[in-house]
Write a protein that binds this ligand. Structure first.
Ligand code: PLP
Length: 391
């Protein structure tokens, strides 16, 4: 049989059925597992097979189904499910470095990702932040002790698109591991594995859930890395995913392809409809021709993605008038949801940065980040245009 396509894998892969043959993925809401004998317990701690579990912090049948399905669609050997996207990023990075090692990272990044780097700096890891879109900057930052190159493939919230293959080449020449936070690309538009990335991280809270219900994260990579340093770090430091969350996310995965493609179609339609509006200084969407990395985005993802950013001319006041005039789009800081969501990064997700830091990564007072949902495209265009007129 030919390789199954993503839509088929999203519905079927990774399923483990109990003796009852249940059709839907079962939720094994148990942290512990009973052993038939003392010898069996000893044997399991010595060498547990893929279908034997010890404790839910190490693994659980429902979280294992989620891990297997994620590895299958991303095309990696293995995956480890974490309590949140940040537990996944913290694990993915921390398990690879020790004092005196060096990390090169893109400067335009989610605030909490920057915080993890600050924590590591406190423990003696050196960090250099670069303009992620500038391959020469990555090259210049590399040192003999560089262990990790880390970036968001599409940055939050500025929507810069990184050249995954270009950064991988530079990192691998220097012997560094490439860790990609792939949240904005989503598993549907990701080609990170094909482009040579070593470790891929998702916040499952976003597109994978798609209904804004639970927190979750996942780290994907080789069996050697996932069942080696990554699992060892996460299982001993407590960042494992709840089986209940894995069960919710398994159901989310079934519709991931349908949702993400509908969201991207809405994002493209809204971006084209509002670009050039008199209240806007900039419309940032990788699918628009005027985006600085438009060609790269289309080559790397085949889509402009599900996120766009609008920079209102009137600064914070205009941005707030815009948000308060929205009728369908919700004001929230989640993203990747079936519901369309608008965020003002300067006063919410990125408020902990200084004004200079925000300026350096193009988070202006008028910037609004929009995560397009799956509602009717015409309704969304009308809502957003109406709010722009009111701004
Ligand atoms: C949301 C997000 C995270 C963190 O994920 P949580 O599930 O909230 O912990 C990390 N990176 C990016 C790009 C995100 O958007």
């Amino acid at each position: 049989m030919t390789e199954r396509k993503t839509r088929t894998k999203l519905v079927h892969d990774g399923i483990r059925r109990s003796q009852y043959g249940e059709l839907a993925e079962a939720m094994f809401l148990t942290q512990g597992f009973a052993y038939p004998s003392a010898e069996a317990a000893e044997a399991r701690f010595l060498n547990a097979s893929d279908d034997e579990f010890i404790y839910a912090r190490y693994g659980n049948p429902t979280t294992r189904m989620f891990e297997d399905r994620m590895a299958s669609i991303e095309g990696t050997e293995d995956a480890f499910a974490c309590a949140s996207g940040m537990a996944a990023i913290n694990g993915a990075l921390t398990c690879l470095v020790k004092a005196d090692d060096h990390i090169v990272a893109a400067r335009q990044m989610f605030g909490s990702c920057l915080h993890v780097l600050k924590v590591l700096q406190g423990f003696g890891v050196d960090v250099t932040l670069v303009d992620g879109t500038d391959l020469d900057a990555w090259r210049a930052a590399m040192r003999p002790e560089t262990k990790v190159c880390f970036f968001e493939s599409v940055s939050n919230p500025g929507l810069e698109v990184m050249d995954v293959a270009g950064i991988v080449k530079i990192a691998h020449e220097g012997g560094a591991t490439v860790v990609v936070d792939n949240v904005f690309a989503s598993p549907i538009f990701s080609r990170a594995v094909e482009l040579g990335a070593d470790v891929i991280v998702y916040s499952a809270t976003k597109h994978i859930d798609g209904g804004g219900r639970v927190l979750g994260g996942v780290v994907l990579g080789s069996k050697e890395y996932i069942r080696g340093p990554l699992e060892t770090y996460v299982k001993h430091t407590g960042g494992a995913m709840s089986p209940f969350h894995a069960w919710v996310l398994l159901s989310g995965l079934q519709t991931l392809d349908l949702r993400v493609r509908a969201q991207a179609a809405n994002a493209a339609a809204v971006a084209s409809a509002v670009a050039g509006h008199e209240k806007l200084a900039r419309t940032v969407y990788p699918g628009l021709m005027d985006h600085p990395q438009h060609a790269l985005a289309m080559e790397q993802m085949g889509s402009g993605g599900t996120m766009l950013a609008l920079d209102l001319k009137g600064g914070k006041e205009a941005a707030f008038r815009f948000l308060n005039a929205l009728q369908i789009v919700s004001i929230s800081n989640n993203l990747g949801d079936a519901k369309s969501i608008a965020t003002h990064p300067a006063t919410t997700t990125h408020k902990n940065l200084s004004e200079e830091e925000r300026e350096a990564i193009a988070i202006t007072p008028g910037l609004i980040r929009i995560s397009m949902g799956i509602e009717d495209g015409g309704d969304l265009i009308a809502d957003i245009k109406g709010a722009l007129d009111a701004a």
